[in-house]
Design a protein around this ligand. Structure first.
Ligand code: NAD
Ligand code: ZN
Length: 470
């Protein structure tokens, strides 16, 4: 009954639509302090430079007027690699986000004291807190530093509200006093969401302190917290005013968290950059041992850290910038993220994000091999590289039924297509919608047989042709 009614309404809508009398496209021109509509014909030479990129479309039907607003919104943000970020002689933290030269001059010559609200991960505060305080003291900044236990288990609206209350109490000018977040991906995601809510959009700055957040969480636009036991269910697509990256923070993160970040780097390598893959293959273990610190006098290897982080960020930005709001659902950066969200939340806190991503990638590499996109040798090279980076390549909770369930959910949330990124060679990839259940099953059986007992060592069957590469 209700279904029939729906059809009637639709028909009525259609007939109404067909009786449209007039549709006009307007540009918007600024005249002194007011905006006026102009049709294309009426735009004069004098209007140049004062025409908005926005448009108004007006329809007139026998039932009245309707307007459609098209208002392009541009986001501009900086990702800046910097050294000695906490050295008081370094301006980056206070003014590195200002792009306009006049504004920068005004900032430098202003007598008004600078004010900053800083949220810092509690562990990071224990290690770097005194340096942060010294920096703001030396620069005569009016500041408030809020250390918080920003762990994955605490990644919720509660911490967002806590930040908002403290920001409100401290008081900031939302145009000129960005909130600063210093910590790993969890801290940056929570603060980003709080900033995007405060006064509808307050600028914020990201200072990543883990490898994963350095190459991944800090370069894009996403903010978020977990909700209803689902990862990042609440969030926004509001990029920071700037991300300031200082690799020296990485030296104090635990080894396991270096591997964790290397997984996201390997993702970009497998999808887009053979050179990065080869670098990880040959220098990955060194990067892990040296914690991405170049200045440790290890000669030839010393550039691996700067090259690998730069390429990881460049390849990530290439994919993110044209698709900041993820409207295009075909995304190579989703590699390793089809099964892993379900797996990660199911075993939380047993697997770190990057570890779950790696298990997903390891399985997908077997799918690629099964489909004939990767040779036996390439597959062995990838798995060997993962093991060198001390990443898990298999997990008992990652069963065939969990894989099927995750892919079904993906179908529902991705417009009816699974959009499966798969490597089609080392450093090349494409998106596929035609992987059959038989292929998945065969890939799973081989994956299980070859890797379930791997126990962090390369299975004997795979070592045959590796010596020439590593
Ligand atoms: N917004 C995005 O685009 C994006 C992208 C990828 C991941 N993420 C999110 O990032 C999170 C994972 O980030 P993460 O791996 O950085 O985890 P994390 O923020 O939990 O940090 C890992 C651990 O390292 C500690 N730590 C941080 N910096 C340290 C330092 N310099 N020295 C010593 N200890 C330090 C933290 O206290 C924490 O215990 C996930 O919640 C994920 O959803 C977001
Ligand atoms: Zn990820």
């Amino acid at each position: 009954m209700s279904f029939t009614k729906k059809i009637e309404v639709t028909k009525a809508d259609d007939s109404r639509r067909s009786k449209r009398l007039r549709k006009t496209e307007f540009s918007l021109v600024q005249l002194k302090s007011t905006w006026k509509r102009r049709t294309g014909k009426c735009l004069s030479q004098n209007d140049k430079g004062r025409v908005s990129a926005a448009k108004l479309f007006e329809s007139v039907t026998e039932h009245g007027h309707s307007w459609t607003v098209v208002s392009p919104i541009i986001f501009t943000y900086k990702v800046v690699q910097s050294q000695n970020l906490l050295d008081p002689s370094n301006d980056t933290l206070l003014s590195g986000h200002i792009r306009d030269l006049h504004q920068l001059e005004a900032f430098k010559s202003s007598a008004k004291p600078v004010k900053r609200f800083v949220v810092i991960d509690e562990t990071v505060n224990n290690i770097y807190g005194s340096q942060v305080t010294k920096y703001f003291e030396a620069r005569n900044v009016i500041y408030r530093i809020l250390p918080l236990p920003t762990t994955e288990e605490n990644k919720s609206m509660e911490l967002v509200m806590k930040i908002l209350e403290e920001v409100h109490r401290f008081g900031i000018d939302r145009r000129t006093e960005p909130i600063i977040a210093i910590g790993g991906g969890v801290c940056l995601d929570i603060v980003g969401l709080a900033a995007s809510l405060y006064r509808r959009r307050t600028p914020y700055i990201r200072v990543p302190t883990t490898l994963l957040s350095y190459i991944d969480a800090s370069v894009g636009a996403k903010t978020g917290v977990n909700f209803a036991n689902c990862k990042n269910k609440l969030g926004s697509y509001i990029p920071p005013a700037a991300a300031f990256l200082d690799r020296s923070f990485i030296q104090t993160i635990p080894r396991r968290h270096i591997s964790n970040g290397l997984a996201e780097m390997l993702k970009m390598a497998l999808m887009k950059h053979k050179g990065l893959f080869e670098l990880l293959e040959t220098q990955g273990r060194f990067l892990l041992d040296s914690k991405f610190q170049s200045s440790n006098g290890l000669g030839d290897h010393k550039d691996a850290a700067s090259v690998s982080t730069r390429v990881a960020i460049e390849t990530m930005l290439e994919e993110l910038a044209p698709n900041l709001w993820e409207d295009d659902l075909d995304r190579l950066v989703d590699f390793g993220h089809l099964i892993s969200p379900e797996l990660e939340m199911k075993v939380l806190p047993a697997l770190l994000h990057g570890e779950a991503v790696n298990i997903d990638m390891s399985f997908m590499v077997y799918v690629s091999r099964e489909r004939g996109f990767l040779t036996e040798e390439d597959t062995a090279r990838v798995i060997h590289c993962m093991l060198q980076l001390e990443l898990p390549v298999w997990h008992e909770t990652c069963t065939l039924s969990l894989i099927r369930k995750s892919l079904c959910e993906r179908l529902q949330h991705s417009g009816g297509l699974v959009r499966m990124p798969l490597p089609t060679g080392l450093g090349h990839a494409d998106i596929f919608n035609d992987t059959s259940d038989e292929t998945l099953t065969r890939a799973f059986e081989k994956w299980y047989k070859e890797l379930s007992s791997s126990d962090h060592t390369i299975p004997e069957t795979m070592t045959l042709n590796l010596s020439q590469h590593v």
